[in-house]
Design a protein. Sequence first.
Length: 285
Amino acid sequence: MLSRRRTRSPDGSMPLREHLVELRQRLIKAIFFVALGAVAGWFLYPNIIELLKEPYCQIPIEHRGDFGGPPGTCSLPFFGPLDGFVLRFKVAGIAGLVLSAPFWLYQLWSFVTPGLRRGERRWTVVFVFASTLLFASGAVLSYFTLGKALTLLVNIAGPGTVAVIEITRYVGFVMTMLLVFGVSFELPLLVVMLNLVGVVSAARLIRWQRMAIFLIFVFAAVATPSQDPISMSMLAVPMCLLFEAAILIAWVHDRRKARREDVESFHDLSDDDASPLDLTRSSLD
């Protein structure tokens, strides 16, 4: 027996049961796209691992322990017989999450849009593009920060020391940095979404501005795995700038929304004044 197609009300309201069914379907589709991306990441693993290894190769040779090659080469060891398989599986999974980001972000936006106006639902392409661009920008910034951060951390040990970094721990560290930067750069998009659905107003965001900036720096100090000042600053400063941009977008949206509501409800009229009538003639069939 085929299930009846659900009909949504114009304002996007649904019973709790239908919300849960909708969420389950969106999650299944998102997991499917992530799995497809993971399959692609499994075959692209040699290229991905070479790319991830590049920040480690920027560490000076005298502080870097290389194995399995001639002197001066850049290589990372692993010690367990299953470490290679676990590493490839982990890299493929994270690559699948990144490669399929436009698709599962679209599923996320589609789950949120029933609560928006029809005009606001047309922002789907803008949301997917902006979220993908922000995540990629954060990951790229983290990638170029890693080399300097690793060099700083290794050099702290002083002369006469060599860093022997196991590849699974190193890749886990790099992946965490990339994900932390990428996800953190989604903050302005989250703020704009909350403003669009009416949860947070621009006026409230402006009142929270100083506290938000302070919390961003605290978050950057805690979230970065290396916890060095270079990584913390490279994460916190762009996040603050993006948060300011989100406040500006929310302020513009609230002004347009207030102007639209004034026109629709005659907000500028007093209680004793009658609303104006449209006296233009209409044609009869």
